[in-house]
Unconditional design. Structure first.
Length: 257
């Protein structure tokens, strides 16, 4: 099932998709809920980020070809960093290029949404703790990531975490194609099969460090082919079986003058 959040007439609701129609959900999709009839079309609602996580945990260099394009070694254990929840935007929202950076880049990634509070999971127990999967863009100010030496600023600007459009709760993406198109031209294409650390190992590892809460989001790393975003660009990330996350890029001068 595809679950997401949307706004209609100023109210924020949980929703589900049936074909191309949207229905409301009564209750909490992480606990107990009931689906109502799907009656709205996508253009009748505003799609929001599909979840409000307590934290967004990200994994660096989880595809060998991407590590190689930055002349970086493949890590021996997962390389973790955080993005603040304030960076979240939804499908069709705008990525704002901050004035501090001259090199903002896209990174297409599979995202995991947790369904159970978890600590010290074994890899075998991870699947049972996952609520579902969605699509993320780990937008990165590459110049600031390099010059700062640690990644909080380069990864943490507002709008630097597009997520959605929805959470797929039935897919198990062990070999799903990730395709990233910049202005309709393919820039990244790889399979989740090419991850160095697969999803169950990543989440077991993260849960040995911190408690994962219901709704927390894990970005699983990007394949090769990252590149620069410019104002006016359209960036589409497709993951086979989930859908397409699409965002426009704008300059901050439009926002802060
Ligand atoms: Mg990344």
């Amino acid at each position: 099932m595809r679950i997401f959040r949307f706004e209609k007439n100023g109210e924020i609701k949980w929703g589900w998709m049936n074909e191309n129609l949207i229905g409301e959900i009564d209750g909490d999709p992480f606990l107990d809920f009931r689906r109502k009839e799907a009656i709205y079309t996508l253009d009748e609602v505003k799609i929001l980020p599909p979840v409000s996580p307590s934290k967004i945990i990200c994994v660096g260099r989880n595809y060998a070809a991407h590590a190689a394009e930055h002349n970086a070694d493949v890590p021996e254990i997962p390389l973790l960093f955080l993005k603040p929840p304030s960076a979240l935007i939804g499908h069709l929202d705008e990525i704002i290029l901050p004035p501090q950076s001259d090199q903002v880049e896209y990174e297409a990634e599979l995202a995991v949404v947790m369904g159970k509070q978890s600590r010290w999971l074994s890899p075998e127990d991870v699947e049972d703790a996952i609520f579902g999967y969605t699509i993320a863009n780990d937008v990165t100010a590459r110049d600031l990531q390099r010059s700062d030496g640690q990644w909080t600023r380069g990864k943490g600007f507002d709008t630097f975490c597009p997520l959605g459009p929805w959470i797929d709760t039935t897919l198990f993406p062990s070999d799903s194609l990730i395709t990233c198109r910049l202005n309709d031209e393919v820039r990244q294409m790889s399979s989740t099969r090419d991850m160095i650390f697969p999803v169950n190992h990543l989440i077991a590892f993260i849960s040995s460090v911190m408690t994962l809460n219901v709704g927390d989001v894990i970005l699983t790393g990007t394949p090769a082919g990252v590149g620069v975003l410019s104002a006016g660009d359209k960036i589409d990330i497709e993951i086979e079986g989930i859908g397409i996350l699409s965002n426009q890029v704008v300059s901050s001068t439009r926002i802060i003058g």
